[in-house]
Every structure is written in structure tokens, then in C-alpha cells.
Write a protein that binds this ligand. Structure first.
Ligand SMILES: CC(C)(COP(=O)(O)OP(=O)(O)OC[C@H]1O[C@@H](n2cnc3c(N)ncnc32)[C@H](O)[C@@H]1OP(=O)(O)O)[C@@H](O)C(=O)NCCC(=O)NCCS
Length: 170
């Protein structure tokens, strides 16, 4: 299996992967909205491919932290086709995201999701590190941070979802 950045030829496959994994279309719509926005980072829209088949996808995009309007990366959606879940594809996508974000010099990653899954990658609650979740987040235990090498503990504030990306979900 390889993990690589998306190309224009992947757009339809990425949409299918998200629709199948989530059993609804909103996450796929979110991916398309992120790609159309200035929050998108091409090298962090990653496809997992095996024997020419695209089996998983993850995207990261910039959200705001107020006050100050600083932009930090949030991971998600992360999706693996149902027929190939629990074989390490989600983990490979997440580990490559962490590696690439670190290499870019990003200070941290945010994510909204199930702590039982994301804790294994070093994500912990943001509120314990002084970052308040956006009001739309499911609850403080579901809004997590993964500090990277350039993380500064003095970085604090309130995460805000851009209306043009995560805002379309709520
Ligand atoms: C969540 C998801 C991306 C994980 O990808 P994956 O390739 O199946 O995961 P991996 O094989 O790397 O890891 C499997 C581990 O994740 C756990 N896991 C899988 N889905 C989980 C979930 N929704 N919640 C908690 N744990 C989960 C499994 O129990 C397994 O743990 P174990 O190895 O200790 O038994 C994938 O199952 C998926 O696309 N699910 C539907 C969409 C979704 O919920 N995305 C995440 C949104 S926050």
C-alpha cells in the first residue's frame, strides 16, 4: 500500500470513499468544500492506494484560533472503505499526515472525533492545553490536539470553524 497526495484524477474516488465510509454525503461535501477554499493544503490530502485501488483518504485544512485569527491545521474527514477497514489503512493515513505536518513546521494538529481511536496517535483533549473547542464540536472530549515539534504551550485561544468549510456541516 502507498500513501500519496491526491491529484485531479482522484476527486471522484475520494468522494466515493467518503460516501461509502460514512454512509452519508456530508463528509464528501466537506472534502469538496475544503478543496475549493483557501484552507486547503494539497500535500495533506492523502490517498491510500493498493494495487491501483484507492481505499482510503484523509484531508487537513486550516481553521482559525481566536483572538488573533491564527490559522492551524485540523485533520478530517478520515475515511476508509468499509471492505478494507481494520487493516491499518486509517493508521497509515494518520501517521503520514503527522509526518508531513511536522515536516512543514506546523505546530500542532486539531481533530474532532472519537478519542478511543485518535488517542493512539497522540491526540488529547484541547481544553487541557488551553484551546477551547468550537461551539459546534460534539463535546470537549471529542475535540483533540496533537502537538508537533514546533508546538508552543503558550499558544492558547478559541478554535473557530470557517463558514466555508466545517461551517457547512452544522
Ligand atoms: C475510523 C476509520 C478511519 C479507521 O480506519 P481503519 O483503517 O479501519 O483503522 P485501522 O485499521 O488503522 O485501526 C483499526 C483500529 O481502529 C479501531 N477503530 C476503527 N474505527 C473506530 C471508531 N469509529 N471508533 C473507535 N475505534 C475505531 C478499531 O477498533 C481498531 O482498533 P484495534 O486495532 O485496537 O482493534 C475507518 O474505520 C472509517 O472510515 N470509519 C468510518 C468513517 C469514520 O468514522 N471516520 C472517522 C471520523 S472521526
Amino acid at each position: 500500500m502507498i500513501v500519496r497526495a491526491e491529484t485531479a484524477a482522484d476527486h471522484a474516488d475520494i468522494r466515493r470513499i467518503n460516501d461509502e465510509a460514512f454512509g452519508e454525503t456530508i463528509e464528501g461535501e466537506l472534502v469538496d468544500a475544503i478543496r475549493a477554499s483557501d484552507r486547503f493544503v494539497l500535500e495533506l490530502s492523502l490517498v491510500a492506494e493498493s494495487q491501483g485501488q484507492s481505499l482510503g483518504h484523509v484531508i487537513s485544512s486550516y481553521v482559525d484560533v481566536e483572538p488573533g485569527g491564527r490559522r492551524v491545521l485540523q485533520v478530517g474527514p478520515l475515511a476508509v472503505v468499509p471492505s478494507h477497514q481494520r487493516r491499518g489503512i486509517g493508521s497509515a493515513l494518520m501517521e503520514e499526515t503527522i509526518r508531513r505536518a511536522d515536516e512543514r513546521g506546523e505546530p500542532l494538529l486539531l481533530i474532532e472525533g472519537n478519542p478511543r481511536y485518535y488517542e493512539r496517535f497522540g491526540f488529547t483533549r484541547t481544553d487541557a492545553l488551553g484551546i477551547e473547542p468550537p461551539p459546534q464540536a460534539l463535546g470537549p472530549e471529542y475535540f483533540m490536539i496533537r502537538p508537533l515539534a514546533r508546538y508552543d504551550p503558550a499558544f492558547r485561544g478559541r478554535a473557530v470553524y470557517p463558514p466555508e468549510t466545517f461551517g457547512i456541516v452544522y
